[in-house]
Design a protein around this ligand. Structure first.
Ligand code: 0O2
Length: 198
């Protein structure tokens, strides 16, 4: 099934919303020269019809465009990858003050990691301006170290009958905790360097 088959005329608004949010992230770097290097990269996607259908079924929702656009918030997904945990919160604070959308919910999986070790800050929002006004989107903000972990962990979602699955999950959890500890140490070193700079 194509994106057009599933999302119909809403596809234009979804695509514009995705671009509008990506442009905003670029603006963050140019408006905040002190934080110009905070964002390592930003990527975006429209949820594929297959992935959306799977999510609707999993939640027991009707499998149609209306439910996809009104009851699932991440048809438009943006991922912002930063160097340090501090950057994650600074970008989130800046995004929360934008007029282009209103934040519906903040999920802080950095302060409150998922049991598998997943850490990220998610902002669920609704557009208030532009062609996609009224549409929902999710912005995920995380450090590059955790992004590296999440990309590998995400592969588990698509594996069936994986040998040694419990061991792999346990090992991934250990890696996530080590990465969180490294992120914290890197932040501390950055703070010390900043304080001691001439
Ligand atoms: P994709 O392929 O990224 O689009 P749910 O899917 O119901 O658990 P919910 O309630 O929609 O999640 O919201 P949440 O927790 O904000 O998660 C939405 C997205 O965050 C997921 O999208 C993933 O991209 C990411 N995410 C959440 N938890 C994990 C995790 O444990 N590991 C990894 N690697 N990513 C995670 P989708 O829909 O799963 O898929």
């Amino acid at each position: 099934m194509t994106y057009e088959d599933f999302y119909g005329p809403a596809l234009t608004g979804l695509t514009k919303t995705k671009q509008q949010i990506c442009d905003l992230i670029s603006l963050y770097s140019s408006e905040n020269p002190d934080h110009a290097k905070s964002v390592i990269y930003c990527c975006s996607r429209l949820k594929t019809p297959e992935s959306m259908i799977q999510k609707l079924k999993k939640r027991g929702l009707p499998v149609n465009k209306q439910a996809a656009l009104s009851q699932v918030y991440d048809a438009v997904g943006i991922r912002v990858v930063c160097s340090f945990a501090e950057d994650v919160y600074q970008i989130a604070a800046w995004l929360k003050n934008r007029a282009e959308f209103r934040i519906l919910e903040e999920k802080d999986y950095i302060a409150y990691p998922k049991p598998n070790g997943y850490r990220s800050l998610h902002l669920l929002l609704q557009m208030t301006e532009g062609e996609g006004s009224g549409l929902f989107a999710e912005i995920q903000i995380r450090t590059i170290a955790i992004d590296f972990w999440a990309a590998l962990e995400h592969q588990l979602k698509y594996k069936k009958n994986l040998p040694h699955e419990a061991m792999i999950r346990e090992e991934l959890k250990r890696c996530a905790d080590e990465i969180a500890s490294v992120d914290l140490s890197m932040q501390t070193i950055r703070d010390i360097l900043r304080e001691s700079s001439p």
